[in-house]
Write a protein of this length. Structure first.
Length: 317
């Protein structure tokens, strides 16, 4: 009985620790990324290059942990990780993540910021629906209500970030295409997150093994997207163009974030991950009052209040 309670306590500790770490990592990452893109001197770094570098760092960290756990069988373990049939399951969330990024670009090119921010918050409800269909999760009416409130609160907070800024100019004028792209992005985001959760919780390989498999496919898809979207810039300025100390810090924070997200999905779930992300959006916006030129607006205050209420309602039994 004591061992059972100890296991429960450990699970609960890992759940809340990973959620807190995700809030802090996402908040710090947003602020650092904004600083690196707006205030750093010299040429801008390629975001696609930074994504690939973060994947490689995450991959190397996980390989180092696997080696430390069992140095004698490190090479056979790595070979089995790469060539196991089970590994190809991770190509699904990695591929969908790559598709999602391109869909968001199409959406932002054809939709104004306001409708984009509102519609994109549907991913919270869509993720919950996939959790019901794939993982057989059951949510009480109060939890469904809290998710709807969270969706509205985050939308208001995100809209407040656009107030007072430069008007968003769309490249295209096909609103229907933009709406379809953002809805498709919500679906790919929700499905890939729940699918990854099912793999992590339903199979025996360790979290580090799964991160290696995910990192391999993430690096492959990342390189392909980098070559397609930034091939010309790569040829002109090279892979490490614009890299400085702050960029390396951003990349390291993002790499750590990838590991934290995997822990959150394993020890909590995608819905709690969505709530943690919402809290980090609010927290990073509050900190922007001091570090950047963000102005407090009515939408932000209302949205933040709704997010706090939603988090409280979801925490109720």
């Amino acid at each position: 009985m004591k061992a059972y309670l100890s296991g429960i306590s450990r699970e609960r500790f890992l759940r809340y620790t990973s959620l807190l770490a995700l809030v802090l990592q996402t908040t710090i990452g947003v602020l650092l990324m904004r600083y690196s893109r707006t205030f750093s001197q010299g040429p801008k770094y390629l975001i696609s290059s930074a994504v690939v570098t973060a994947e490689i760092i995450k991959l190397l960290v996980c390989l180092a942990i696997i080696w430390k756990e069992d140095p004698a069988n490190f090479l056979p373990t790595v070979i089995s990780i790469i060539f196991s049939k089970d590994a190809f399951k991770l190509s699904v969330p990695s591929g969908l993540y790559a598709i999602q990024n391109n869909l968001l670009y199409i959406a932002l090119s054809n939709l104004d910021a306001a409708p984009y921010q509102v519609v994109y918050q549907l991913k919270i409800i869509i993720t919950a629906l996939f959790s019901v269909l794939i993982l057989n999760h059951q949510f009480t009416p109060m939890k469904w209500l809290s998710m709807v409130l969270l969706m509205g609160g985050v939308a208001l907070v995100q809209l407040s970030l656009d107030e007072g800024g430069a008007e968003h100019k769309t490249i295209g004028n096909n609103s229907l295409l933009g709406l379809f792209a953002v809805l498709a992005s919500c679906i790919t985001s929700g499905f890939s997150g729940v699918y990854f959760e099912k793999i992590l919780k339903g199979t025996s390989p360790s979290l580090w093994v799964r991160n290696v498999q995910l990192g391999i496919f993430g690096t492959i898809f990342g390189v392909l997207i980098m070559c397609i979207n930034d091939g010309g810039n790569l040829a002109r300025g090279g892979y490490f163009q614009g890299y400085d100390l702050i960029v390396w810090v951003v990349i390291l924070v993002q790499a750590v974030g990838g590991l934290i997200i995997a822990m959150v999905v394993k020890y909590a779930d995608n819905i709690l991950k969505g709530f943690a992300s919402a809290v980090s959006i609010v927290l990073s916006s509050v900190l922007s009052l001091y570090f950047f030129s963000f102005t407090l607006t009515k939408n932000f205050i209302i949205g933040t209040t709704i997010v706090v209420v939603a988090v409280y309602l979801y925490s109720l039994p």
